[in-house]
Design a protein around this ligand. Structure first.
Ligand SMILES: C[S@@+](CC[C@H](N)C(=O)[O-])C[C@H]1O[C@@H](n2cnc3c(N)ncnc32)[C@H](O)[C@@H]1O
Length: 433
């Protein structure tokens, strides 16, 4: 079995090719193939998995965890396999092997179960001619055990070389942190009584409640009522630094899935949330309705670059699309989906700065551009009335390492590693002159 997850292989009768059904590994296979073959995000691959359609929540969660483990350790697992492969197998066979290696070396699955279920998976996926190879290779990996990892520079292997280069001096601490499964971070609704906080968490100095990796948020009492929501500790900082006050009129540009919108709204601000993608806006609306959050907020489908408010605002929070590589801690798929084209993305953000005033370094990113307090109706580029409003040491007293010399916020997964790390995020603040 995969640690912490029931092994249901064999529990659901026989699959189409006569092998026992095993939804966890079937879904994990679909996810890894979706990421590697089609360069689809992990979540999208999960949504599109035929095997996931009838699966229960536990199997989906177990498959998600297994696939994320494969992607988190993919370079290392590839190196472990290399001595046992005479030539490169077809991608689906490689995926089966990676699933086997991840279970043996990183998930403490008993070796016989990891090997047996991988052979069955190969059969179910029409890879019968390779079943013997899968069996032989994984047995040898199992025999080597932890010794197979000796001498491997796992941090370096598990990050694509172009990204390692882009991270510069931060590459090693960031990559080492990415090797760990991310904890579950929650932002609590202000004033939530201590008795109603999810148990087993640690309150971080920045105000985020952190629960152990593998905690299923949907199982926590209060989640469905919107008592808290999932939000990485770093992602919660920009809205906290904006310090919204009750009654302020704030636009949240690029809003879905709505973590920052919720922070602003529960602080009492009158938020207008702008999101371009209808599907993502629908998800934001669902979260809103289900969570009993304040009703005075407007959710608008629109383009942040052209949307204009009908009256002056107190602040604008802009979370412009970015590389998302700073979230690889939680989403290891981004490591293998993104390409070196990131420079083009940064240039796009520079151009967008003409409208939005948001610089963003490649690789580690995430953003905010509040034109706060006496803000006008639009945020514009330099020369259009905005000046930098650096964060102060007092504002970032609990996380001084994240304050850059220019006064911006820059976090990365190598910060707070002993507490479980955090996402990479960049934020800057501007004020209307
Ligand atoms: C980084 S996510 C935002 C996360 C969100 N602020 C939160 O805290 O939950 C970026 C979002 O911007 C949306 N987006 C991208 N370009 C946009 C545009 N021009 N106008 C409005 N939304 C846009 C994307 O669809 C995506 O939902």
């Amino acid at each position: 079995m995969i640690q912490g997850v029931p092994d249901r292989s064999g529990a659901r009768g026989r699959g189409p090719r006569g092998a026992a059904a095993d939804p966890t590994r079937d879904i994990a296979f679909d996810i890894v193939q979706g990421v590697l073959e089609h360069r689809r995000m992990l979540e999208t691959s999960l949504d599109q998995s035929a095997a996931a359609r009838d699966a229960d929540a536990r199997d989906r969660a177990a498959a998600h965890r297994l696939a994320a483990t494969v992607l988190r350790h993919m370079g290392t697992a590839g190196m472990v396999l290399e001595p046992f492969l005479k030539k490169e197998p077809p991608l689906p066979v490689r995926t089966v092997l990676l699933i086997g290696v991840a279970q043996i070396l990183f998930l403490d699955t008993p070796a016989h179960a990891a090997v047996g279920t991988a052979v069955s998976l190969a059969r179910r996926r029409g890879l019968v001619p390779f079943a013997g190879l899968v069996n032989a290779v994984l047995r040898r990996v199992a025999q080597a055990g932890a010794g197979a990892l000796e001498g491997l520079d796992q941090a370096r292997l598990d990050v694509p070389p172009w990204l390692w280069g882009a991270w510069g001096s931060l590459a090693r601490p960031v990559a080492e942190a990415l090797g760990q499964e991310a904890p579950l971070d929650l932002t609590l609704r202000p004033g939530l009584p201590e008795a109603e906080r999810p148990p087993g968490g640690v309150m971080l100095p920045t105000g985020t409640l952190r629960l152990p990796a593998g905690t299923r948020v949907a199982d926590l009492p209060g989640y469905a009522q919107g008592a808290f929501w999932v939000q990485d500790a770093a992602a919660a900082l920009p809205a906290r630094l904006l310090a919204p006050r009750a009654g302020e009129r704030i636009a949240d540009l690029c809003a879905a899935p709505g973590g920052k919108t919720a922070q602003l709204a529960v602080a009492g601000a009158e938020v207008t949330a702008i999101e371009r993608e209808p599907g993502r806006l629908a998800r934001l609306k669902e979260n809103w309705t289900a969570s009993d959050w304040p009703t005075g907020c407007k959710l608008v489908q629109g383009d942040a670059a052209t949307w204009r408010p009908d009256a002056p605002l107190d602040a604008v929070l802009l979370d412009a699309p970015c590389s998302a590589t700073g979230t690889a801690h939680r989403h290891p798929d981004v490591l293998w989906i993104k390409r070196p084209r990131l420079t083009a993305l940064t240039e796009g953000q520079d151009r967008r700065r003409a409208t939005c005033c948001v610089p963003c370094p490649a690789g580690l990113c995430g953003v905010l551009a509040p034109a706060r307090r006496r803000a006008g109706t639009r945020t514009r580029g330099r020369g259009d009335g905005l000046e930098p409003d650096p964060f102060t040491a007092e504002e970032l007293a609990v996380l001084p390492e994240a304050l850059t010399k220019e006064g911006w916020l820059r976090t990365h997964p190598g910060l707070w590693t002993e507490q479980g790390g955090m996402d990479g995020f960049f934020a800057a603040r501007f004020r209307r002159r």
